[in-house]
Design a protein around this ligand. Structure first.
Ligand SMILES: C[S@@+](CC[C@H](N)C(=O)[O-])C[C@H]1O[C@@H](n2cnc3c(N)ncnc32)[C@H](O)[C@@H]1O
Length: 558
């Protein structure tokens, strides 16, 4: 039931030194809430991230040429994910909860990191935890109806509603982490994971959950995130059901023993980080990668092992990172090489290590929905004619929408990606798109006119340079202008949102790979005259906790 993804990065340990290795292997934080420094932008109480960790992430992004960091690299994603839990009943740690305590708990919900949340009742006055038996019977999902003090515990590999035995392995100031010992009352949505490494490998969080329930969980999480940001149910339409990729993997061979076949070579494991650990788990076969990647993976593992054996006298280092990108069935491992991917008939060429959306089985749907949201008549019932694609990467949404608009302009901070976007326009014979290399907020005040070829020329089969039109973005007709945003996981910057607010386009089409920051930005837009028209999650990363989500906003107050 998985949808294979077509690029990923693996870490491995080898004797030779690699500049990638330090960044990949040193930094990890499973629960950002324990960090000391508050983010400068307005996250809620429980959502703090150490600026040092953000810097580490930026370093990693730079090293990977700002390429897509596939979900498998959870150690990268985790640097700045926001843990959205309600802290109303939290207090100082109970004095008696000890490392290796065994408790029986009922799982209430899942965090957006994929961990189950259980709230363990503790004694009113002395902060000591109730006996496990009592905890099991008094745990409740109705947090508003009780004054009972509760202690939050996070548990991996569980499903809401399940009662489990768990063992505490770490205490934090406001919660504890536990290992799952046994599921006492399994959910009817619990299944046997296809991958023998599912409980160990940090890449997937939900393999033990039926795919339909995974999607229902994602839909609910998006709904809750929007509500957590003060957006009441009547202020936004019901979050639509999470969309599944259009094709399913035929790559369903059960390979339960794959994790046990590791032999003792010099090189050590080649794979992903273990759950809640810095250690690597050896992954000879990945069930959520494409068949082409799995074939290439076997080959590259053998090559690396041979290299390691030949270099065995070299001083050991911390490791290195491998990139495997499947573009139309061809796997590229050199991040500087260019690859082609076709989406809805358009060819996108980009460096293998650069950002490009990861799941080819979902991409056509994502582009289609962006296009239909962008092209719907304006709130005044007029056609939308101008499109600004902020955080445009190599031009996916601007180019994908171009045939429906008079002019599209994309802005992107990565100059190489802008070159690719321009190249992709030329490659596809698209003449009404322009691209700017700068930070997104610069677009609204840009003094460089957008240059394009008008539709009337298309019918004549092209124009010479004299027929090019130019217009400053600040002169775009706001009532007919749509701004597409697709920022990194941290969401839009305050500067960008302020500029967007002042620019006041008729519509904002917001694609996000982190609905937590998207919900934060949505609350800003709703507070500044926009109405949420739709919220559509996508299961871009099946079997993992990651959610892609499209939200559409129309300006209703001038
Ligand atoms: C999630 S990707 C989206 C790319 C593109 N929309 C796509 O779907 O292929 C986010 C992009 O934002 C770019 N980016 C990050 N910070 C930016 C900023 N301040 N201004 C403009 N672009 C930025 C990154 O380089 C990356 O290409």
């Amino acid at each position: 039931m998985t949808s294979p993804s077509h690029s990923f990065f693996l870490s491995f340990r080898r004797p030779a030194v690699s500049s990638f290795a330090v960044a990949w292997t040193r930094s990890t934080s499973r629960h950002p809430t324990k960090s000391r420094t508050r983010r400068p932008f307005a996250f809620r109480a429980s959502s703090t991230v150490a600026s040092e960790e953000i810097q580490k992430f930026q370093k990693v992004q730079a090293l990977s040429l700002s390429g897509e960091i596939f979900a498998k690299n959870s150690h990268v994603f985790l640097f700045y994910n926001i843990l959205m839990i309600k802290t109303r009943h939290l207090m100082t740690p109970p004095t008696t909860i000890q490392y290796h305590d065994v408790l029986t708990v009922t799982v209430e919900s899942l965090t957006n990191l994929g961990f189950g949340i259980a709230r363990v009742p503790i004694k009113e006055n002395d902060n000591t935890i109730l006996q496990p038996e009592a905890a099991a019977t008094t745990s409740t999902t109705d947090e508003d109806s009780t004054e009972q003090k509760k202690w939050v515990v996070f548990i991996p590999n569980v499903i809401p509603g399940e009662t489990c035995r768990i063992r505490i392995y770490r205490n934090h100031a406001t919660y504890s982490d536990a290992d799952l010992i046994q599921v006492l009352t399994p959910s009817e949505d619990r299944i046997e994971p296809k991958c023998g490494l599912a409980n160990v490998c940090g890449g997937c969080q939900y393999q033990h959950v039926k795919i339909e329930r995974q999607r229902a969980i994602k839909t609910q999480q998006v709904q809750e995130l929007f509500e957590d940001w003060g957006l009441k149910r009547d202020e936004f339409p019901k979050v639509l059901e999470t969309l599944e990729p259009s094709l399913r993997s035929t790559n369903q061979k059960k390979d339960k023993d794959s994790g046990n076949s590791l032999k003792s070579y010099e090189i050590g494991p080649i794979g992903f980080k273990e759950k809640a650990s810095r250690r690597l788990v050896d992954v000879p076969y990945c069930h959520i990668a494409t068949p082409a990647i799995n074939t290439a993976l076997e080959q590259i593992r053998n090559e690396k092992r041979m290299e390691a054996i030949e270099e065995r006298l070299k001083k050991p280092s911390k490791g290195a990172t491998l990139l495997l990108r499947d573009a139309e069935g061809v796997v590229e491992t050199n991040h500087t090489e260019y690859v082609d991917t076709i989406v809805n008939g358009l060819t996108f060429r980009f460096q293998a290590g650069n950002f490009f959306q990861n799941n080819p089985y979902m991409l056509p749907k994502m582009v289609d929905l962006v296009v239909s949201a962008a092209t719907a008549p304006s709130p005044k019932g007029e056609p939308m004619t101008h499109l600004i694609d902020c955080y445009c990467g190599s031009g996916l949404f601007a180019l994908g929408s171009s045939s429906f608009f008079d002019v599209c302009v994309g802005i992107e901070v990565n100059a190489k990606a802008v070159e690719e976007a321009k190249g992709n326009a030329a490659l596809n014979g698209i003449e009404n798109c322009d691209f700017v290399s700068a930070s997104a907020e610069a677009i609204f005040q840009s003094q460089d006119p957008v240059s394009w070829v008008g539709r009337e020329c298309w019918w004549r089969g092209g124009c010479d340079d004299n027929n090019r039109k130019t217009l400053l973005v600040k002169d775009f007709p706001r009532d007919n202008t749509v701004v597409v945003v697709d920022p990194p996981r941290k969401g839009c910057s305050p500067e960008f949102l302020e500029q967007l607010d002042q620019y006041r386009p008729a519509r904002v089409v917001y694609m996000s790979c982190d609905p937590a920051t998207q919900a934060r930005d949505a609350s800003f837009l709703v507070g500044h005259g926009y109405k949420i028209m739709s919220v559509q999650p996508f299961d871009l990363f099946p079997q993992t906790r990651h959610i892609e989500c499209l939200a559409v906003f129309d300006r209703v107050i001038n």
